[in-house]
Write a protein that binds this ligand. Structure first.
Ligand SMILES: Cc1cc2nc3c(=O)[nH]c(=O)nc-3n(C[C@H](O)[C@H](O)[C@H](O)COP(=O)(O)OP(=O)(O)OC[C@H]3O[C@@H](n4cnc5c(N)ncnc54)[C@H](O)[C@@H]3O)c2cc1C
Length: 421
């Protein structure tokens, strides 16, 4: 879709327009927008607001100097991509888009005074805030799995040092060892992620540790694209990957991070390397700021992505509870554009139309064998519903799968350019 100025302006809600438009009408200084979290969601909102016609004093707050993508991090574990190739900085957003990038974390938000407090000290005022903090882990769900335990049993579900640690452990593992993945309950970041991880680590094992095994202990009885995964695992890595659903194990109850054991309702498994991916909720700041409901996620207006709980604060990305939208980078980017358009349209007084939202996900079964799924979505009755859906099929030709893998590579390059410039 091509974004014309007219379409660009199409996403604002009336209350948002009133709140922001009056400022411009009164001839006051630029509206102050603070975007918190420089991951996919936050960086995209900041970039698209900066590129809009609206007069905005724009600040992006993100603690890290460099952002490592979770997407394609399983290829790093497979030894196919370098860590460097997953890493992006904020130079273009600051220099080419004029965004005031502050490398700090937000400690708290005062929605009444409309200020944010920084961890290193100081407060900033806003007219609109956008919160995109990603996910937090429910550490208390599995006994013995706390922050300290992540240093011996990494989750590697936020990319960075955790991903590097898991890769080092896999490299150091003996041939004949067992790699255990504990897969989380729904909803969680990247529904195909744990199963793609199994496939790509199996690809690595097949070359360097052919007697190794992978055991997936799942908190669910089925998983996303299960037929495509099971077909891919059997074709590429026969006998290497075993998946145990919760109805079989009774679920993971506890871990001993020193002994590297994982105990389910009926059995204890000894892992050579353990990748524990815990249950998830919205990032901690969203919880502290009163943006989450009892589900642990943030309810939002499906047109403007303004919080249903805290007026004046928008939420995008994995932290949202957004109807049928899965928690993916593609979705975070799609939501972020809709949110940026809504805020910018309110400032420029442009026409309002509801957003079209999208997700496309590429999943690798092996470096030359990829499948994809694509969905279109739109706001319906206060929520977001799927309107069209596409899935790759079992039995596609090798050439089709190779072509999809090439498209995945192209997508990564174009997508990260769209987010970080
Ligand atoms: C193994 C794996 C594979 C994946 N593969 C894909 C894929 O192929 N395709 C796809 O579309 N998606 C994929 N994903 C999902 C994707 O990575 C996430 O959906 C996406 O990163 C969500 O973006 P976000 O902006 O919500 O959160 P994040 O990208 O996590 O960004 C959140 C940011 O907020 C910052 N932050 C947190 N708290 C604060 C605070 N208090 N103050 C300031 N900043 C703060 C953090 O430092 C972080 O940079 C994958 C995920 C995993 C784990």
């Amino acid at each position: 879709m091509t974004w014309t100025r007219r379409r660009f302006g199409g996403f604002a809600g009336a209350s948002l327009a009133a709140a922001l438009g009056t400022r411009a009408a009164r001839g006051q200084s630029k509206a102050r927008v603070i975007v918190i979290g420089g991951g996919v969601g936050g960086a995209t909102v900041a970039k698209y607001l900066a590129a809009s016609a609206a007069e905005i004093d724009l600040t992006l707050i993100e603690p890290k100097q460099r952002y490592t993508t979770c997407f394609f991090s399983n290829l790093y574990l497979a030894g196919v991509r370098s860590f460097e190739s997953l890493t992006h900085n904020y130079r273009t957003l600051a220099q080419a888009y004029g965004i005031n990038v502050v490398h700090d974390a937000v400690a708290s938000i005062d929605p009444v005074a409309k200020t944010v407090k920084l961890v290193r000290g100081g407060r900033l005022s806003y007219d609109r805030a956008v919160v995109a903090p990603g996910i937090a882990f429910k550490f208390d769900d599995i006994e013995g799995y706390d922050e300290a335990a992540t240093q011996s049993m990494p989750h590697a579900w936020n990319a960075g040092p955790q991903t590097e640690l898991l890769q080092r452990q896999l490299k150091g593992m003996d041939d004949g060892g067992v790699f255990v993945i504990v897969a989380p309950p729904n909803p969680f970041r990247c529904p195909p992620g744990p199963y793609e991880r199994a496939a790509l680590v199996a690809y690595y094992f097949k070359q360097f540790k052919p007697r190794a095994k992978i055991l997936i202990l799942d908190a669910k009885d089925t998983f996303f694209e299960q037929d495509l995964f099971e077909d891919g695992w059997n074709r590429h890595y026969p006998g290497m990957i075993e998946w145990l659903p919760v109805q079989f194990t009774g679920g993971v109850k506890s871990v001993d991070s020193k002994a590297r054991t994982i105990t389910t309702a009926g059995e204890t498994f000894k892992a050579s390397v353990a990748n524990i991916i815990p249950a998830q909720i919205a990032g901690e700041l969203a919880q502290r700021a009163g943006l989450t409901d009892q589900s642990g996620w943030c309810p939002i207006d499906p047109v403007t992505f303004e919080s249903k709980l805290q007026p004046g604060i928008h939420v995008v990305g994995d932290a949202t509870s957004a109807g049928d939208m899965p928690k993916s980078a593609f979705v975070a980017n799609s939501q972020a554009k809709a949110c940026a358009f809504a805020i910018a349209a309110a400032l420029t007084g442009a026409e309002q139309i509801p957003p079209h939202l999208f997700n496309t996900c590429f999943t690798l079964l092996a470096p030359n064998d990829a499948v994809s799924d694509a969905i279109n979505l739109k706001p319906v009755a206060g929520s977001i519903k799927i309107t069209d859906i596409f899935f790759s099929q079992i039995g596609e030709s090798d050439e089709t799968r190779r072509q999809t893998a090439r498209e995945a590579d192209d997508w990564y390059a174009a997508f990260t350019h769209d987010v970080f410039g």
